[in-house]
Design a protein around this ligand. Structure first.
Ligand code: F6R
Length: 240
C-alpha cells in the first residue's frame, strides 16, 4: 500500500484528483469507480476545475459504489442526485456512461446482477475511488461482509445510519438498506485510491493499514490488492 499523509482536506483532495486526472489522461475511455459522502466533495470540485481547464471526460465511464434502497434518482439524498449535483453536471461526461445502482428497481436482486454484469461489459474498473466508514466499511460493505461478495443488498449498521443522518432531517429518515458493490467487485478494480479526512476515521484507517486482514474491518482487504494508494489528512492519519 502506498500511504500518503497530507496536511488537510484540500491537499487530500488535490492528491486524489491528480491521480484520477492522470488515469483519464492516460486512458481517455477509463472506467472510474466513484464514491459519495463528504470526503470526495473536494475531489469532485477539482475535477470540475480540471474539466474547465481542458480535461476531457467524454469517453469516461463511471460506476458508483452504492445507492440507498427506496430513494428515487431525483430524491435529494440519493446518491444519483449527489453525483449529478457534484460532478456529472459539471463535466462533459455522457449521461449514458454514468452508472449508479437503482435503489427502486422492482427486482433488486436482478438489479444487483445487472450492475455487476454492466461493470464486466465495460471492461472492469480501471480506478476505484473509495472513502472509508468510521467502522471500516468500504462501499456499504459493513463489518462482517464476506470478501467474496459482489453487488448485493446490504443492511446498514446503526453506526452508519448515525454517521449518515447528518444529511437527513432526522435519523428515522435514513434508509436502512442499500445496494452496494461487494468487496470482490471493489477488489477487481485495477487500481484503488482511498481517501479519508478527520479524526473520526483515524482508528479505521489505522486498522485498515496495520491491522489484521479481516472481514471485521472491510477496508483491511485492501492490503491484499496490488495497487492501492491511501491519501489521508493528518487527522485521519493520526494513528498510522
Ligand atoms: C459512499 C460510500 C461510503 C463512504 C463512507 C465515508 O459511496 O460508499 O463507503 O465513502 O461512508 O463517508 P463520508 O465521506 O461521508 O465520511
Amino acid at each position: 500500500m502506498n500511504v500518503i499523509v497530507v496536511n488537510n482536506f484540500n491537499r487530500m483532495s488535490e492528491e486524489a484528483a491528480k491521480l484520477l486526472v492522470a488515469q483519464v489522461r492516460t486512458k481517455p475511455g477509463s472506467v472510474l469507480g466513484l464514491a459519495t459522502g463528504s470526503t470526495p466533495l473536494g475531489v469532485y470540485k477539482l475535477l470540475a476545475e480540471y474539466h474547465q481547464a481542458g480535461v476531457d471526460f467524454s469517453r469516461v465511464i463511471t460506476f458508483n459504489l452504492d445507492e440507498y434502497i427506496g430513494l428515487a434518482p431525483d430524491h435529494p439524498q440519493s446518491y444519483r442526485y449527489y453525483m449529478e449535483e457534484n460532478l456529472f453536471s459539471k463535466i462533459n461526461i455522457k449521461q449514458e456512461n454514468t452508472h449508479v445502482p437503482s435503489g427502486i428497481a422492482p427486482d433488486l436482486e436482478a438489479e444487483c446482477r445487472r450492475y455487476e454484469e454492466a461493470i464486466r461489459q465495460a471492461g472492469g474498473i480501471d480506478l476505484q475511488l473509495l472513502g472509508i466508514g468510521s467502522n471500516g466499511h468500504i462501499g456499504f460493505n459493513e463489518p462482517g461482509t464476506p470478501f467474496d461478495s459482489t453487488t448485493q443488498i446490504v443492511d446498514l449498521t446503526e453506526s452508519t445510519i448515525r454517521d449518515n443522518s447528518r444529511f437527513f432531517d432526522s435519523p428515522d429518515e435514513v434508509p436502512t438498506q442499500a445496494v452496494s458493490m461487494g468487496i470482490k467487485s471493489i477488489m477487481q478494480a485495477k487500481s484503488i485510491v482511498l481517501i479519508a479526512s478527520g479524526g473520526s476515521k483515524a482508528d479505521a484507517v489505522c486498522a485498515a493499514v496495520h491491522g489484521p486482514v479481516t472481514p471485521e474491518v472491510p477496508a483491511s482487504v485492501l492490503q491484499l490488492h496490488p495497487s492501492v494508494t491511501i491519501v489521508v489528512d493528518q487527522a485521519a492519519g493520526g494513528r498510522l
